[in-house]
Design a protein around this ligand. Structure first.
Ligand SMILES: C=C(O[C@@H]1C=C(C(=O)O)C=C[C@H]1O)C(=O)O
Length: 362
């Protein structure tokens, strides 16, 4: 049996080996960066990152390793982020302020080392990308409980910016405070939705008579709680960490299965990964005729293309009532059967991006 000291000696040796291997990996990555610079290729290649994680998961399973897929993804997504920074540092704009769930989503993909730009609105994220002031943008597109984020869809319809990746993040609320015990808490800050999602928690813990103060964001709630020892905040894990407010309770939301889908925006087209999703916008020319949407969708069905989402939006600017549709389906725009359908509807369809299908949990 190894003693604690023996274990620590073994860990130190393994860490040194890992560091040497990581440095060797970074030298290869540096060369990849040079090749991409010569060819003008995109630095971020989500389909390649997915292939690496899938391969390592299979290897870990086969060899009976202790690391499961999410552990492997957590470690390697950080390595990829550091690698991309070495190839070329690129700025990531997100819907802020710092410490929001969008910030948490951005960090889960781009790591702790990247340069981030927190912006005040979804519109500002699109504008910043259009002006090439940032390479990537991260915005929410839908929530499993609240539905679609209309502003994101409307901006996708108007902008040249493309979706290059998606990710789903479970939304968990933390109860954070500098107070020593619950009875010391006189006020709680959160977004109004934050209170709504944690009603049961508040009543079970006798907090209904405490003053509930709604503020603009859960991040702001964390800041306020960091300045007042008789206050608490209901906020994200990242906000608590960022503003150094101790967590008293985690996962305090009434329903634990709420998740938000975020999209990563940029200006390039991904290669086919074999497990892709595509988003399009459809403005049907004969929209006023009965059955036009059915005919359109029948072409997808004929090619065995499965839809994962269809959402209608009022088209602003037209006289009277006009509609367009936002559609997500499985497959990549460069696959032949998809090309066939899209070519038939060339004038009616705007391609918004093809990207690796996200998994429900990152
Ligand atoms: C190194 C590359 O660039 C990026 C970094 C990757 C990595 O660290 O393995 C993988 C894909 C890209 O996002 C590459 O394209 O191979």
């Amino acid at each position: 049996m190894k003693s604690l000291d023996d274990c620590r000696v073994a860990i130190d040796k393994l860490d040194s080996q890992m560091l040497d291997l990581l440095n060797e990996r970074m030298r290869v990555v540096h060369r990849v960066g040079e090749i991409k610079k010569e060819s003008g290729g995109a630095i971020y290649r989500p389909e390649r990152e997915k292939a690496i994680i899938d391969r390592l998961e299979a290897q870990s399973k086969e060899k009976g390793g202790l690391l499961n897929k999410s552990a492997i993804a957590a470690i390697f997504l950080e390595i990829f982020a550091v690698s991309r920074n070495l190839e070329k540092p690129e700025l990531i704009a997100y819907l802020g302020p710092e410490g929001t769930f969008t910030h948490q989503a951005a960090e889960s993909r781009f790591g702790a080392m990247s340069d981030y730009l927190s912006l005040g609105s979804i519109n500002a994220v699109f504008k910043t990308l259009e002006a090439k002031r940032a390479k990537f943008g991260v915005v929410p597109i839908e929530n499993s409980k609240d539905g679609i984020v209309g502003e994101t869809l409307d901006l996708l319809a108007k902008s040249s910016v493309k979706i290059v990746a998606e990710l789903y993040m479970p939304i968990h609320m933390s109860f954070v405070t500098k107070a020593k015990k619950l009875s010391d808490i006189k006020r709680i800050y959160s977004k109004d939705k934050g209170f709504g999602q944690c009603r049961e928690f508040l009543s079970e813990h006798g907090l209904v008579n405490v003053e509930l103060i709604p503020v603009d964001s859960t991040a702001k709630a964390a800041i306020l709680a960091s300045q007042d020892e008789s206050a608490a905040a209901i906020c994200s894990h990242i906000a608590a960490k960022l503003y150094s407010v101790p967590t008293m309770f985690e996962n305090i939301e009434d329903e634990h299965d709420s998740s938000t889908r975020f999209v990563i925006l940029s200006d390039f087209k991904n290669a086919i990964s074999g497990d892709d999703k595509t988003s399009i916008l459809v403005k049907l020319e004969d929209a006023k005729e009965a059955g036009s949407l059915v005919h359109f969708l029948k072409d997808f069905d004929d090619e065995n293309i499965n839809l994962s989402k269809i959402e209608s939006r009022p088209s602003k600017g037209n006289a009277g009532f006009g509609y367009w549709f936002y559609i997500d389906f499985y497959g990549h725009v460069d696959e032949a059967h998809i090309q066939k359908v899209l070519a038939k509807h060339d004038a009616e369809v705007t391609w918004l991006g093809s990207y690796v299908k996200g998994e429900d949990e990152v």
